[in-house]
Design a protein around this ligand. Structure first.
Ligand code: EPU
Length: 442
């Protein structure tokens, strides 16, 4: 089915009832699959990526890869219900990342590393500010320079070249950056000599791609720690016919877990990796949510509005393994239904509270203290917005948060901009309908 940019969701609220029930299967992590797709450029031929979620960002990345001359094809997986991407980078003809496509997705900047490492040059547009904050690329540029690349800014196009190849370097990241760590790691695996990356981010998506690259001939040690030591191949790409299996999406699983706590009597979340979700499971349990954790599943049981109300808890986002910034907005919706006062402090991105105005309009008691902190007092009865007013998805995760608020509330809500939700959640409405929710795409 074609997804149109102007699609909207119409959601019938449950009025605080916890009526949903069923099972939701977690898809592969878009933020791991996107990086594995970028890493495909480091190979001299075909690689396959399994368990790829069919989200809009994945389609955007495949369009960018195709525009470089890469062959990208969707195939059915032998694992039922999942998809495989075949990517063949043997015939890349361009090293210029398409302007329009790159601007629609910041993760495109991660692709600059593998292109530079493989072909010694890359050009791409300077990413603008974005809805979740400034999001500069200084860490990428400093890293490239340290490894011997020259950088020119021509209008708003970066032109980066390393005529004599890239050299290993000692790089300290001022900030733990997911994209920065992944990108310089992917440059270093093909560079000359040894690179040491310090103060790296340790998100599971990074480790998973690093382990895959090692299985294909890379030499990365320290995986999962903040220091990576990488011995490069001196420009030699990895051999084709390698295959990556995308790990479960911990942010999607966390989103459904919060949804279950607010809206479901019983919910089974399967094909997930609870080990990657300790921060959110821990906080929800502290708040009183009854959660059973298995090897690859999480179950919410015996959840009803007549039970003791959830308790307020403070949230402070943090790099992994701390509480993920991507679950900050859904968690704030949860806190509107918890008894007491909770502070939500966002340490990673400025400007990730745009959704709070929407929640206030629905009756939530939220004080926005500044661009980093809000205080949520609960529980509040959430209602549909007044006649003529609609909800908006401000980014992927804030989009999920307003879906959640609409489900919890009394009345019917319309949500605009759901193309942003489609960037990160595959066919959300179909999966919610299976749980008994009244959600329509119009
Ligand atoms: N930063 C810099 N300079 C840089 C790079 C980053 O100052 O050169 C700053 C950022 O502005 C931010 C902090 O470093 O304040 C951390 O950003 P990071 O680089 O870790 O974020 P990212 O790689 O751009 C990924 C995810 C985001 C997720 C963040 C944090 C992908 C494609 N995106 O972004 O996911 O929020 O890590 O965990 O992996 C989402 O999926 O909805 C999403 C936004």
């Amino acid at each position: 089915m074609i997804i149109k940019d102007y699609d909207k969701f119409i959601i019938g609220g449950l009025g605080g009832e916890k009526k949903l029930r069923g099972t939701v299967e977690i898809k592969g992590a878009k933020n791991a699959a996107l990086k594995a797709m970028a890493a495909a450029v480091l190979f001299d031929g075909l690689v396959t990526i399994d368990n790829v979620p069919e989200t809009k960002d994945i389609h955007t990345m495949s369009e960018i890869l195709k525009s470089l001359g890469t062959r990208v094809e969707w195939k059915e997986s032998t694992n039922k219900g999942t998809k495989v991407l075949e990517i063949d980078s043997s015939k890349i003809t361009s090293t210029d990342i398409d302007l329009e496509l790159a601007k629609s997705m910041r993760a495109s900047v991660v692709l600059t590393g593998p292109i530079l490492a493989r072909f010694g040059k890359v050009s791409f547009p300077a990413p603008g500010g974005c809805v979740i904050g400034e999001r500069p690329i200084d860490l990428f540029l400093e890293g490239y320079q340290k490894m011997g690349a020259k950088i020119n800014l021509d209008g708003d196009i970066y032109k980066i070249e390393a005529q004599n190849g890239l050299e290993g370097a000692d790089i300290f990241f001022d900030i733990q950056s997911v994209g920065g760590t992944e990108t310089l790691m992917m440059v270093a695996v093909l560079a000359k000599g040894t690179t040491i990356l310090k103060n790296c981010a340790t998100e599971p998506e990074i480790s998973s791609v690093a382990e895959w690259l090692n299985s294909c001939g890379a030499n990365i040690s320290g995986i999962g720690t903040t220091t990576l030591l990488i011995k490069g191949t001196d420009g030699k790409p990895f051999s084709s016919n390698n295959s990556y299996k995308t790990i479960p999406d911990r942010i999607e699983a966390g989103s459904f877990l919060i949804l279950g706590a607010l809206c479901a009597r019983e919910l089974q979340i399967t094909k997930c990796k609870p080990d990657h979700m300790e921060a959110v499971i821990n906080l929800l349990k502290k708040s009183g949510v009854s959660i059973k954790v298995g090897q690859e599943e999480i179950i919410i049981t015996n959840n009803s509005k007549d039970r003791v109300p959830f308790k307020a808890v403070n949230v402070r986002t943090h790099e992994y393994p701390g509480f993920p910034t991507d679950l900050q907005a859904p968690m704030a919706v949860f806190l509107t239904q918890a008894l007491g006062e909770s502070s939500v402090f966002e340490t990673i991105f400025e400007g990730r509270f745009k959704y709070a105005e929407d929640l206030i309009g629905m009756g939530a008691d939220i004080k926005i203290l500044n661009s980093r902190e809000i205080v949520v007092k609960g529980p509040s009865v959430l209602k549909q917005l007044p006649e003529g007013e609609d909800l908006y998805a401000h980014d992927i995760r804030a989009g999920f948060a307003v879906v959640l608020a609409a489900l919890v509330s009394k009345g019917t809500s319309k949500i605009n901009n759901i193309n942003l939700i489609d960037r990160g959640y595959q066919r959300l409405e179909e999966r919610l309908k299976l749980l008994g929710a009244d959600v329509r795409r119009v």
